[in-house]
Write a new protein. Structure first.
Lengths: 316, 316
């Protein structure tokens, strides 16, 4: 291992698990360690401190980058909000001050979608691009946006809330954010199931066939319908095609706004996207120049890698 | 006049008129001259060259900034497309090479909405901001976006095509760009009249009152309905309120994406916006931090001022 570039620890804190690893030149140098996210804030902090401390002594690491769910302030030091699945007290937590005082390691905090976008830019499928949009299609829709090689962070570090572009009017469906008809509420994994239920409810009982036959509509799940789609069910096909066109809407907006080099799709729902078809339809719709549409390279470790690289970029 | 900052000539080329002026430190130093846009490309070029040449000798100007309708290449030298209202041959025109050869003045070309955004940032109502979105609500919807003090130009100089965010699905209304259900097709000045016609057609003949009484629906214009709105007509009020909510949709998307310091509305339709109401509703809807919502300061001269300032920034 050459020491021309510093070694950094990456931490990814989500609602269900915490993962850690050591990163050098944008590549994992260690195994990734996984921990369940504790239910109270003191335990969560002690899990993170212990894991970082262990890696510090083993790998002679100099910096820590933390990718976190929720929003992060513009100084990359503190969690500021939107941390619904994390313990009470998480919002407001000043990781930078705590880790620097306890462990003497320079620390940078970044929103997980932003960290993932940075990882894709530096060592993933957007490598070499100046501008890319990394879209996480999961239970919700998140995003990280790179403009001229830099993360778009906004005035308060809250930019790239791409899931909350309205795509319909008339108050048809309420989003978890409290607003109506956000892209996320239709094109995310949870939106998919809601679309399926709405479409199924319009079919009279006696006409329900295939995956709908004798099925309680309220029990329809995203994966059940997707499974039906791959098995050739005609109702599932309608749901899936509508979902594809809903996914397309938000991407078309983003491409027309940014004229980016690439769009990268990550998250659990990305594997159900027909990239070739979607790419063709986007190119037919947008008014700007051609883009690349690709899956993410770093799916599970993008947060760790991106946050560690951002820490090196800031302090290294 | 101090000479600490160079003097630049600003030119704004639109489909109906060409305007020119001399700019120093972001302020007009001369009167603005107006010319009708000629119908052939040779005449257009000679009008621009003559106007620039005259101002050059009178004001000892060193640079030229040209704001143009349509798209401009990433090197700011050449018009590349989307110039429907300009003479044949305009697309592809290399203004930079021509003016530098003919007049010996360093020349920069920029899309008019981008130039206007830059003017608002530097000496307009976004002064002091790091990030702003300038939205032109006119016959169509255009935009100029500033991120960290710099124009967002995209990989090919085509970014900020904000009018073409889709805001509905199901192919309800075709946009001039060829795609369906773009923001512009509903929330622009032309969209306003189309909305009014659609809403009016749903009212049975015998129930048509106020501004609709004995009115041929196909002859409804935007200004006729807006006039009715200000006079208290109830149908016009419905059209206007729907338009306000359609305008809001696109702004909410942009604010959630950029977390900007400010949003500036310019263009002929901006004066019909109730800024206080719209601002309140945007703040209630977005998931990010507070913004300023303001009218543009430089309405008619923003292109001249912004393009001239961009030329000074590049060459000065």
């Amino acid at each position: 291992m050459t020491k021309d570039e510093p070694v950094a620890i990456g931490v990814d804190i989500g609602g269900t698990k915490i993962s850690t690893g050591v990163v050098h030149k944008g590549q994992l140098l260690s195994d990734v360690h996984l921990f369940e996210t504790p239910e109270n804030i003191e335990e969560l902090l002690s899990v993170v401190l212990k894991a970082v401390s262990d890696l510090k002594s083993e790998f002679d690491a100099e910096y820590v980058g933390i990718a976190t769910a929720g929003t992060v302030n513009i100084n990359n030091s503190k969690v500021t909000g939107s941390t619904g699945n994390l313990p009470k007290g998480y919002s407001g937590l000043d990781f930078k001050t705590i880790i620097e005082a306890e462990l003497g390691l320079k620390t940078l905090l970044e929103n997980d979608a932003n960290a993932a976008a940075y990882a894709e830019l530096k060592t993933g499928n957007a490598q070499g691009d100046k501008s890319t949009i990394v879209i996480t299609l999961g239970t919700g829709i998140g995003g990280g946006i790179i403009v001229d090689g830099k993360l778009l962070r906004g005035k308060a570090g809250v930019a790239a809330e791409i899931g909350h572009m309205p795509i319909a009017w008339g108050k048809k469906r309420k989003c978890t954010c409290g607003a109506w008809d956000c892209w996320e509420s239709y094109a995310s994994g949870s939106g998919y199931a809601l679309n399926a239920k709405e479409m199924a409810n319009k079919i009279p009982l006696e006409q329900r066939e295939g995956i709908l036959k004798d099925k309680e509509i309220e029990t329809l799940t995203t994966y059940y319908v997707i499974d039906g789609f791959y098995k050739g069910d005609s109702f599932a096909r309608k749901v899936h095609e509508q979902w594809e066109s809903l996914v397309k809407m938000g991407i078309v907006s983003l491409v027309n706004i940014f004229d980016p080099d690439s769009v990268i799709l990550s998250g659990g729902m990305a594997k159900f996207v027909n990239f070739e078809k979607l790419h063709r339809e986007i190119e037919e719709t947008v008014v700007i120049s051609k883009i690349k549409l690709l899956p993410a390279k770093h799916n599970n470790y993008a947060g760790i890698i991106g946050a560690a690289m951002l820490a090196v970029e800031k302090y290294g």
